[in-house]
Design a protein around this ligand. Structure first.
Ligand SMILES: C[S@@+](CC[C@H](N)C(=O)[O-])C[C@H]1O[C@@H](n2cnc3c(N)ncnc32)[C@H](O)[C@@H]1O
Length: 331
């Protein structure tokens, strides 16, 4: 039984707020209706009200930090972040707590009410950069519908690379696009860069290339879904396909492990004054020097260019980060 005050329904909100201000409201229990009255739980009897004891339901405290649902002994090893792709969560679990993987999955589902499935991330593999995933908790397929910057994308993290953490970078690139640009995304995946650009800018055409047939199928579906007429999906190798395309005002290269190998192909197909956004993984201590060395190497090969900017996108390891280099092609 819980101590509470009985007030007419018409005064309920006013009394509740006044009790709250005075620190007398019992937030651990729910307010209940009793005929024309409300029973408001209190911590101690306030003057001027009819007090009584009643059987009021407990207010559930909704935990928002999944780590608090797991044993204290493992909390310091638990990941502080994880990816939400539509209603699917992808989480990396450190080796030392691998025996708790299923519990971690259930805890993540409990605090993320929109999530349906939790997958353990075993790392990105192969040329197509597809993740090795294992279901930990929840139900249904790994295919999902992700919303980002006003765009809907269907993707399947088990078949295609997709990084929800690049949303800010995609909007940054979209904000740089001038009307009528010709854009090439050499490693487009399910086409998040092309779709966000098409939604927020007015390019004339965006060629969206990927080698993975599943990525091509999803990008084609996403283009239809978002009714974007300016994106041309292309299945194939970026080096071969770019040869068939017109010179671009802007080239996007999101293949951080090895994109630098394709930089000569990208620069050869960029107009003078055009720009290449190249993602790359670098040791933080050497990043700026290596970026400049790459530019000097390109210029020495006759592909004159200059480094306009360099931004750190995310941490890759204790000593390395993923960067995007904005490289301007000089005519
Ligand atoms: C890191 S993912 C980037 C996907 C996408 N841009 C995104 O932000 O989600 C790299 C993509 O490049 C594709 N890829 C790898 N080698 C390729 C090549 N030689 N030509 C075209 N695509 C390639 C992979 O299939 C993968 O989808």
């Amino acid at each position: 039984m819980v101590l509470c005050v009985r007030v007419p329904k018409s005064e309920g909100n006013h009394v509740r707020l006044s009790l709250k201000e005075r620190g007398l409201l019992d937030v651990g229990h729910r307010i209940a209706a009793d005929g024309d009255s409300l029973l408001i739980p209190v911590l101690s009897a306030p003057e001027g009200y009819e007090c009584l004891e009643a059987d009021l339901a407990e207010n559930e405290h909704r935990e928002t930090d999944y780590r608090m649902l797991l044993p204290e002994g493992i909390r310091s090893h638990l990941p502080t972040s994880y990816d939400c792709i539509g209603d699917v969560i992808v989480v990396k679990i450190p080796e030392e707590i691998s025996e708790h993987a299923e519990d971690i999955g259930r805890a993540l589902l409990q605090v993320n009410s929109n999530a349906r499935l939790v997958l353990e991330d075993g790392g990105v593999k192969g040329e197509l950069r597809v993740r090795d995933l294992r279901p930990l908790a929840g139900t249904g397929p790994s295919e999902t519908r992700h919303r980002e910057s006003g765009v809907t994308m269907i993707t399947d993290p088990a078949k295609v690379y997709f990084n929800p953490r690049l949303a800010t970078e995609r909007m940054r690139v979209a904000s740089l696009v001038r009307d009528g640009e010709t854009i090439i995304d050499m490693f487009a995946g399910v086409a998040p860069f092309p779709l966000v650009i098409a939604k927020h800018a007015h390019p004339s055409v965006i060629y969206s290339i990927d080698l993975n047939p599943d990525a091509y199928a999803y990008m084609s579906e996403n283009i239809r879904l978002n009714r974007t007429g300016c994106i041309v999906p292309i299945l194939g190798d970026a080096v071969e396909e770019i040869e068939k395309l017109p010179m671009a005002d802007r080239v996007i290269m999101n293949l951080p492990q090895i994109a630098y190998r394709f930089l000569p192909d990208a620069l050869s197909h960029t107009k003078g004054g055009g720009i290449v956004h190249m993602h790359t993984i670098r040791e933080r201590a050497d990043a700026e020097r290596e970026a400049q060395a790459l530019i000097d190497d390109m210029s020495a090969r006759g592909l004159r260019c200059r480094l306009e900017g360099m931004r750190e996108l995310k941490t890759y390891s204790p000593t390395a980060s993923v960067y995007v280099l904005d490289i301007v092609r000089l005519s």
